[in-house]
Structure formats: structure tokens, C-alpha cells
Design a protein around this ligand. Structure first.
Ligand code: LIP
Length: 265
């Protein structure tokens, strides 16, 4: 497979999908709730995913595609060699509230859900974060590099809170309380894909989140790894995307062991 050509396709499709999202942004929106009353989906999410899925499967009908809103599409997942994971608008709550921090996330993976290529498109800034496995990551075509922060007290971290936080005691408050007093600061920005892109760009030094889905993070994970960072689950195990408990830890590498200690405490 010509991963470069595939990535260029994914970038063009993500940018076109972003334009569709912008046509709905800061306008009255039809929306519904999903797994909980705070887990929303808008007509824009659905319109963008419909477009992206159609464009990808038109080009790669032999692949399987998993979209946040539409589920599995394309070739049968049992036999497909390649998979696409699509989050049409990552940061839907921000989008619905007119907050300009949301992204289109598209990842191509192998059958083990290991990312081969990925793009996170920051729609309102027209910024493209992209990566190919083993070939580095870029921000608008320029190389990305994680930060060199090695002391937790000097770090800025980012996280998110799970959609089941109103009912589950495992709601990230314990982890937040631990990190907020041991770091320069912690942010909750609302788009996992962009959060991971910021780790890759060295703007934040680490990310952690529970209850996040593959379509939110597979492209961002590749960005971090290809920028010199590290992605595991909370215990330091690789391929968190294949672990059932959906816990992701990404960092510049220097802070990983310290963050694991705090997350495991
Ligand atoms: C969102 C993530 C965010 C997380 C939210 C939600 P969505 O994805 O990007 O980090 O905290 O709970 O999962 O639902 O906007 O695509």
C-alpha cells in the first residue's frame, strides 16, 4: 500500500469534512443524546461522517470503516486487511456550544488496530496534524516533536472526563486531584484527538483519559508515537486500544513512569 498516497487522500477528505462541519458551526443545531444525557450527537456529526465514509469507501471498498456515529461499514471486518476509524467531529460538546476546539480524526490501521497513517484536522484553525507509521509526524507539513519537560511540577497536562461520570465513581476526579497539585497545570479542553496532537506538538506534556473510544484516539496516538512520545494504558501496557478498559496515557516519554505511578496509586 502506498501509505503516503493514502494519507494525502485522508487529509483532503478530513479538510472537506471540516468544511461541512463549519457550515453548521455556531448555527442552530438538531441534536440527540446517545449513551447518556451528556453524550450528544448533532446533525453536523452525522453529515460529516456520511461524507467521510462515502469518500473513503469509494476509494477503498475492500477496507472496513468504523465511524463514531454510523458504526461498521464497507468490507466485512472478519476479512478486511485494513481498517479506518473516523471521528467526524471530535469535541462535539465544544462544537455544539460554539467553542472553537474540535477536530476531524481519521486513522488507517492494520487488522490489529495498529495505526499506519492518521490525520487530526483542527477545523477552525485549518491546521493539519498527520503521521505515517515509522516516518514521523507533521504539523502543516513541518516535523512535530514532543516536549522535553522532565519534571512533573513543570508540566502542563490535559485530560477529559468520561460520559458515564454522572453515574460511575471511576470519573477521573481522583486522578485530576492528584495531578493538579503536582503539575504547573492541568487542562480539560474537550477533544481527545486534538489533545493528543498537542502532546505530539510539545504544547502539552502529557494526556490521560478513561472511557475514550478508538475513533477518538487512534490517529492522535500515531502522532504522539511518531513525534518521539509514548502511548500506553494506565499501567504502562502497549496497544491500549486493544485493552477492554479504554484507559489511555500519552506523554513526551520523560514523564511516563511518573504519570503511571500516580495513575496506579
Ligand atoms: C470526546 C472526546 C473528549 C472526551 C469526551 C468525548 P466526542 O469525543 O474527544 O476527550 O472527554 O467525553 O469522548 O464524543 O466529542 O467525539
Amino acid at each position: 500500500m502506498d501509505t503516503h498516497a493514502v494519507l494525502q487522500d485522508a487529509i483532503a477528505i478530513a479538510q472537506a469534512g471540516g468544511k461541512i462541519a463549519l457550515s453548521y458551526f455556531r448555527k442552530p443545531l438538531k441534536m440527540e443524546t446517545k449513551a447518556s444525557s451528556i453524550d450528544i450527537v448533532t446533525e453536523a456529526d452525522k453529515a460529516v461522517e456520511l461524507y467521510i465514509a462515502e469518500e473513503i469507501l469509494k476509494r477503498y471498498p475492500e477496507h472496513h470503516l468504523v465511524g463514531e456515529e454510523g458504526g461498521g461499514q464497507g468490507a466485512a471486518s472478519e476479512t478486511a486487511e485494513y481498517f479506518w476509524y473516523v471521528d467526524p467531529i471530535d469535541g462535539t460538546t465544544n462544537f455544539a456550544n460554539g467553542i472553537p476546539y474540535f477536530s476531524v480524526s481519521i486513522a488507517l490501521t492494520d487488522a490489529n488496530r495498529c495505526p499506519l497513517a492518521g490525520v487530526v484536522y483542527d477545523v477552525t484553525r485549518d491546521d493539519v496534524y498527520a503521521a505515517i507509521q515509522g516516518q514521523g509526524a507533521t504539523f502543516n507539513g513541518k516535523p512535530l516533536q514532543v516536549s522535553q519537560t522532565s519534571e512533573l511540577i513543570n508540566s502542563v497536562l490535559v485530560t477529559g472526563f468520561p460520559y458515564d461520570r454522572t453515574t460511575s465513581p471511576d470519573n477521573n476526579l481522583k486522578e485530576w486531584s492528584a495531578f493538579i497539585v503536582q503539575t504547573r497545570s492541568v487542562r480539560c479542553l474537550g477533544s481527545a484527538a486534538l489533545d493528543l496532537a498537542y502532546v505530539a506538538a510539545g504544547r502539552v506534556d502529557g494526556y490521560w483519559e478513561r472511557g475514550i473510544n478508538s475513533w477518538d484516539v487512534l490517529a492522535g496516538m500515531l502522532l504522539v508515537e511518531e513525534s518521539g512520545g509514548k502511548v500506553t494504558d494506565y499501567a504502562g501496557n502497549d496497544t491500549p486500544q486493544n485493552k477492554p478498559d479504554k484507559r489511555y496515557l500519552a506523554s513526551n516519554g520523560h514523564l511516563h513512569a511518573t504519570m503511571i505511578d500516580i495513575l496506579q496509586a
